[in-house]
Design a protein around this ligand. Structure first.
Ligand code: PAF
Length: 288
């Protein structure tokens, strides 16, 4: 499996000097930021980076500042050896694994990247401060790695939209590239958190994908009422005894403006659903 010699780097200065040398040789740098516990969804991002860029950096950092005080930072799954093996198999040059002090040398007394409206809706409404933590750590990773391209999955669609806006607003030369959701054969969107689902919740969780597909079929059949489209997806999830809906919304796929009445021509359905302490998100474009 170890097809490539992926180097583990823990020091941001070492990574910066490696990418500086690569750029001096005329190479392009691709960054795949992750929180580790890599799965096939991450593998698709690393392969895309390998195909597009000359020097590929994967970062593996469970970022404490994007977790709320009652969230799963402490229990977030970690497996460095397996992550290295997957990076090697996908052809990454570097696996960057900084510790918290490396990325937050001044702790909470830090410089932050604030996200405005886009950071307060959908997942931002139930996870205050989450996107500030994401935007801040991604800014650091972009600066340390000097990436020309950074790759993110569409499962975190709001994150992807926010990061695209962030590089535009801050004038970063990095191009953000979104990659399609990777699903299990039965439809469950891949997530590092799936391992924490109980066997019963794992089956119930398939309702997210089914609900999204039902809403999409209804839209494609001509339904335009946001309320009815949401009710269609919700009815599927409400059948699951352990599922607690955080939100189901429809927004414009480009701007993430929330639709309240007519679904419009580019509707995206987004949802977050809890199964005990595990919170899953999923989304689907309803238009063809
Ligand atoms: O999507 C993730 O895994 C994280 O939010 C990210 C982008 C690596 C920032 O910590």
């Amino acid at each position: 499996m170890n097809s490539h010699d992926t180097r583990i780097i823990r020091d941001s200065k070492v990574l910066s000097s490696m990418t500086r040398s690569a750029i001096a040789e005329g190479k392009t740098v691709g960054l795949v930021p992750t929180m580790g516990y890599l799965h096939e969804g991450h593998a698709s991002l690393i392969r895309a980076a390998r195909a597009k860029c000359d020097f590929v950096v994967v970062s593996d950092f469970v970022n404490p500042t994007q977790f709320g005080p009652t969230e799963d930072y402490a229990t977030y799954p970690r497996d460095e050896a397996a992550d290295l093996a997957l990076c090697a198999a996908c052809g990454a040059d570097v696996l960057f694994i900084p510790d918290v002090a490396m990325l937050y040398p001044n702790g909470q007394d830090s410089t932050w990247v604030e996200v405005s409206r886009l950071g307060t809706i959908l997942c931002g409404a139930s996870r205050p401060g989450h996107f500030r933590g994401v935007a801040t750590v991604v800014t650091k990773l972009l600066m340390i790695s000097r990436a020309d391209y950074a790759f993110f999955g569409e499962k975190d669609y709001q994150q992807l939209t926010i990061l695209r806006r962030m590089v535009a607003d801050l004038g970063s030369p990095c191009e953000i590239i979104g990659m399609p959701i990777v699903r299990e054969a039965d439809g469950l969107a891949l997530s590092s958190r799936n391992v924490r689902l109980t066997p019963a919740s794992r089956i119930e969780a398939l309702a997210l994908h089914r609900g999204l597909e039902m809403a999409r079929d209804s839209y494609l059949a001509g339904e335009r009422s946001v309320q009815k489209l949401i009710a269609t997806a919700q009815s599927e999830i409400d059948l699951q005894p352990d599922a607690k809906i955080d939100y189901i919304s429809i927004a414009d796929a480009d701007t993430l403006d929330i639709s309240t009445d007519d679904a419009g021509s580019r509707p995206l359905m987004l949802m977050a659903v809890r199964f005990g302490s595990v919170r899953l998100i999923d989304n689907m474009k309803l238009f063809a």
